[in-house]
Design a protein around this ligand. Structure first.
Ligand code: 8X3
Length: 252
């Protein structure tokens, strides 16, 4: 009997990462949940296991290269890697943005993805049929006021995805970039505004049905389960009420 294919999901403690872990577990993958918050991923792994799926948790900070390399030693063969860990910090104009925020966003979104992808690429290749998913954002594709540091980091992730796809063509690994627009998750906007829930709520005010984490997980699940020769290079997904990063219909 063939071994159950393994899917690693980073940032699996909440939001899109947790929803993606649920989706891939339901698709029959053995999911390995990683995030810094051990309690959360352990609870989710237990929930999935109780539901009859295969799931394990591994506490990991994707910016810690030594820890990532240690984690990667557990895999000789890997079917799927979902690089989801990342996020936004601040919404200040370029004129006044904090360089520390910019640096941290580059570190988590770009270097974190680079670390995990580099460390697991040999196992993805060894599987003979590997898939790398990179969760960027519509911020990876165009700029918006107040988005500077996040837009720059997400553009970096987009370039990482494009370049890697060029470099590894001919190997049995595909690179899928999923770029969501407005997604209402429990933490994204609250983290961006450093716990200010009022500011966070304004992001979604009057918007009829922003995307949910499950909507994005659904598109990831679909892209990952296409036949091996089909590479969804870039999938942009927004709510119907959002036509661009700066054109959002609000009923206020
Ligand atoms: C999230 C989308 O518009 O907040 O990646 O940059 S946005």
């Amino acid at each position: 009997m063939a071994a159950t294919p393994i899917a690693v999901v980073t940032g699996a403690s909440s939001g899109i990462g947790a929803a993606t872990a649920r989706t891939l577990a339901a698709e029959g993958f053995r999911v390995v949940l990683t995030a810094r918050r051990k309690d959360r991923i352990e609870a989710l792994a237990a929930e999935l296991t109780d539901a009859g799926h295969q799931a394990t948790a591994y506490a990991l900070d994707v910016t810690d290269r030594a820890a990532v390399d240690e984690f990667a030693t557990a895999f000789r063969s890997l079917a799927v890697l979902v690089n989801n860990a990342g996020g936004a910090l601040g919404a200040d104009p370029v004129a006044t943005g904090d360089p520390a925020d910019w640096r941290q966003m580059y570190e988590t979104n770009v270097i974190g993805t680079l670390n995990v992808t580099q460390a697991l690429l040999p196992a993805l290749t060894a599987s003979g049929d590997g898939t790398i998913v990179i969760l960027s954002s519509t911020a990876a594709l165009s700029s918006y006021e107040g988005g500077g540091g996040y837009v720059a980091a997400k553009h970096g992730e987009h370039v990482l995805a494009e370049t890697l796809r060029l470099e590894i063509v001919g190997t049995p690994v595909r690179v899928i970039e999923v770029a969501p627009g407005m997604v209402r998750t429990e933490e994204f906007a609250t983290t961006r505004f450093r716990g200010d829930t009022e500011k966070a709520a304004k992001v979604y005010a009057g918007v009829d049905a922003p995307l949910t984490a499950e909507d994005v997980a659904d598109t990831i699940g679909w892209a990952v389960t296409r036949p091996s020769h089909v590479n969804i290079d870039l999938l942009v997904v927004r709510p119907r009420a959002q036509a661009s990063n700066t054109k959002v219909h609000r009923t206020l």
